[in-house]
Design a protein around this ligand. Structure first.
Ligand SMILES: Nc1ncnc2c1ncn2[C@@H]1O[C@H](COP(=O)(O)OP(=O)(O)OP(=O)(O)O)[C@@H](O)[C@H]1O
Ligand SMILES: [Mg+2]
Length: 533
């Protein structure tokens, strides 16, 4: 504690210092013996306590009190005086002295100093808290976010300017009201119930909702509600910090819309390209097939009369036959892509088609690959050519196998799907209705995103020359199209690829299964058929 003492007699300093130390008050004392020294000390140092003689030859005690109140108003000031007189005491206390001690009662100085210091400390603390409250409340008031404080029934106790501006409400009108006036019917049905359940259990609630301004217009709001707990753990108040995010929402909607349009445009472009290619491949293959038939059939005719042929010429003509057959095989694939092959449609149970074909599929995969089947229950029939569905399965399984040289898993799944307008909006080729979906997925290398839009093109291959013709998926595409369906490929590089084929449910509700019953209808849900590894 630092004390400033004003006294003309230096012995007083020792006396007072001793008195205070005896009282257990450790102090450092600055002694001023004149008005000038006192003034200078007040200007230089902040003191915890000022003690002054009342009667001074060259300085009046009251003048010293006035000077110290001016320069250090919060520092307690105690007069110590030899002279006694009620008038002096009253005058000094009226002028702001904290206490007045007679030298005869010097034992009172310690307790008086202690009391004065305590009071000064309390006053300082009160001022600090008042200041803190003032800053906090002006910060809440000036915050850019809307802030309201409610009691635990939701009645508004405080609302800042930003909240009033956001909602268009007048403060006087909304105080003591619940926040029901901003609620709209645009939020989820149990929005309010969930919110109250969260905050009444002491948890912070964060979320978005659509509210109503005073003028009836709607706005998007993002808010955080924090329950305020009393020291006994009871929740008495909630503070809600709110932000109008209408602009951000509009922007997000616009971005979503533009992205969707762009994606649809790309899908349309791809579909148009595929259509042109498919028509071109179809008519080319058709004409070429006729030419091949002429070459093949006439060569066969010449070969029937072997007597007229030399051995060497017979061998040459047999080569022609082999080449013509290979070419015909190739052309058959192009015809499949060009949707020019004759199909034999019949109401078919996709589960049954797959299960009849599993022995062949099992032979296609290597020992390190596991093939799992997941058949949906009560799958409606589709109008399909079972032989073509088998062709799709072969092409997809071979691709999956080739994407997993180190082994892996292939999943074949069926499901019944009902597509709504929302799905159709984001998938160009899709249309609403009832479909059966066949999924073939694997855990292989996956497909580069830049390749994904091209994989169904005929002759697109990433395989080395002689290993792949790039026709497998083009055939899948053609067959699916001929079945009035569509195929969607997706992939995560390094994680695998998935092909989803959507086929329309058969229109009639007559025959469900016309596939020869070589096997029992497969058991359902999660049936596993593991081959090899
Ligand atoms: N499951 C898959 N995982 C990774 N990449 C695949 C998968 N399926 C297809 N691809 C990619 O798509 C390309 C085209 O496949 P597509 O079946 O049409 O032709 P291909 O397999 O290369 O040749 P082909 O089938 O005529 O022998 C493949 O080269 C490969 O890059
Ligand atoms: Mg292939």
């Amino acid at each position: 504690m630092h004390i400033l003492l004003l006294a003309d007699d230096p012995r007083e300093r020792q006396l007072l210092e001793k008195t205070l130390i005896d009282e257990g008050l450790a102090c450092q004392m600055t002694h001023a013996s004149s008005k000038k020294e006192f003034q200078a000390a007040l200007e230089q140092t902040q003191f915890d306590l000022i003690i002054s003689d009342f009667t001074l030859p060259a300085n009046s005690g009251i003048a010293a009190l006035t000077a110290s109140k001016k320069l250090q108003p919060d520092t307690p000031f105690i007069f110590v005086s030899g002279a006694s007189g009620e008038k002096q005491v009253v005058e000094s206390l009226k002028s702001g002295a904290t206490d007045y001690i007679f030298k005869d009662d010097l034992h009172r100085l310690g307790p008086a100093a202690r009391r004065a210091l305590l009071k000064a400390k309390e006053r300082k603390e009160r001022q600090r808290m008042e200041e803190q409250l003032r800053v906090q409340s002006s910060a809440l008031e000036a915050a850019a976010n809307g802030i309201i404080l409610t009691d635990k029934t939701g009645k508004i106790l405080f609302a800042n300017k930003a909240f009033c501006a956001m909602t268009g409400q007048d403060l006087e009108e909304i105080l003591s009201q619940t926040t029901r006036f901003i609620e709209s019917d645009k939020c989820e049905a149990d929005f309010s119930r969930k919110l109250w359940k969260t905050i009444l259990t002491g948890q912070v609630w964060q979320g978005e909702c659509i509210n109503r301004r005073k003028d009836g217009t709607l706005y998007n709001e993002e808010m955080t509600i924090t329950p305020l707990q009393e020291s006994n753990g009871e929740i008495s108040y909630f503070i809600a910090v709110k932000q109008d995010i209408t602009k951000r929402k509009r922007l997000e909607e616009q971005i979503y819309y533009i992205t969707k349009c762009k994606r649809l445009e790309e899908q349309l472009h791809q579909a148009q390209q595929m259509e042109v290619m498919s028509q071109f491949a179809g008519s080319l293959a058709h004409d070429f097939n006729n030419l091949l038939a002429v070459i093949h059939d006439n060569t066969k005719l010449v070969l029937t009369d072997e007597s007229k042929l030399s051995e060497q010429n017979r061998q040459h003509l047999e080569q022609v036959i082999i080449a013509a057959e290979n070419a015909a095989n190739f052309i058959r694939q192009l015809l499949a892509f060009g949707r020019k092959q004759a199909l034999q449609f019949q109401p078919s149970d996709l589960n049954q088609v797959i299960s009849n074909f599993t022995p062949r599929l099992d032979r296609l995969i290597g020992a390190q690959i596991t093939l799992q089947y997941h058949y949906a229950r009560d799958l409606p029939p589709i109008n399909a050519d079972p032989g073509m569905i088998e062709q799709i399965l072969v092409n997809l399984i071979v691709n999956a196998r080739e994407a997993m040289p180190q082994g892996g898993q292939i999943f074949i799944a069926t499901e019944s799907i009902s597509l709504d307008a929302a799905y159709v909006e984001t998938h160009f080729e899709a249309r609403p209705g009832e479909f059966v979906c066949l999924t073939v997925s694997d855990t292989g290398t996956g497909i580069y995103p830049e390749y994904l839009p091209r994989i169904f093109e005929p002759f697109f291959t990433t395989k080395e020359a002689g290993k792949g013709a790039g026709l497998g998926l083009a055939i899948v595409y053609g067959i699916v199209k001929q079945h009035h369906g569509w195929v969607v490929a997706s992939s995560q590089l390094g994680k695998g690829a998935a092909f989803k084929i959507f086929l329309p449910v058969h229109a009639s509700n007559v025959a469900k299964i016309l596939i020869p019953q070589t096997k029992k209808t497969p058991a359902h849900e999660h049936e596993k058929n593991t081959v090899g590894g």
